[in-house]
Design a protein around this ligand. Structure first.
Ligand SMILES: [Zn+2]
Length: 170
């Protein structure tokens, strides 16, 4: 079919079968101001039931994205896939908020609003027993970022690779 005028506004993503078999959960798409002019940044991930993390308490502190802020707001969506009960998430996710690292456990389909310049993370899916979808949308074309690792316990900071989480445009 010849290319039509508005085809450019459609983006289908796919993940190879090998990737799905090798790594059952993970990101499935990423968009930003380079994908479409004027489009805010977003990431989507698909989580499948996996083995439980053996020691979630230890794991949480050093895994996932360390505490950080963005200049603009961010929205984190956790969406269950049970057609009979869309509020059922089928997973347990731990999210730390604020400079106090207030601990929150998400077990239902939930949307979390992260105001501009608000410290958030680590964010860690501890357990998944039903498939669910994670979406993350920034209210900016290219998200800025500044790390706040100094609020983590002292012994944790050396375990984080600075190059994996660089400060950006802040
Ligand atoms: Zn963030």
């Amino acid at each position: 079919m010849p290319e039509r005028k508005y085809d450019k506004y459609f983006y289908s993503y796919e993940r190879s079968r090998e990737a799905m078999e090798r790594n059952s959960s993970g990101p499935i798409f990423q968009i930003d101001g380079n994908t479409w002019k004027g489009c805010n940044a977003g990431v989507g991930g698909f989580f499948r039931p996996e083995e439980e993390i053996s020691n979630p308490k230890e794991y949480l502190w050093w895994s996932g994205h360390p505490p950080h802020v963005h200049r603009e707001a961010e929205i984190l969506l956790h969406i269950g896939t049970n057609p009979n009960d869309p509020s059922e998430l089928g997973a347990e996710i731990v999210l730390y908020l604020g400079p106090e690292l207030e601990r929150h456990v998400i077990t239902r389909s939930t949307i979390v609003f992260i105001p501009p310049n608000f410290i958030h993370c680590p964010w860690t899916p501890v357990r998944t027993w039903k498939p669910w979808i994670h979406l993350e949308f920034h209210q900016s074309l290219f998200p800025s970022e500044k790390g706040f690792w100094q609020i983590l316990p002292e012994e944790i900071v050396p375990k984080i690779s600075k190059k994996d989480f660089p400060d950006r445009d802040y």
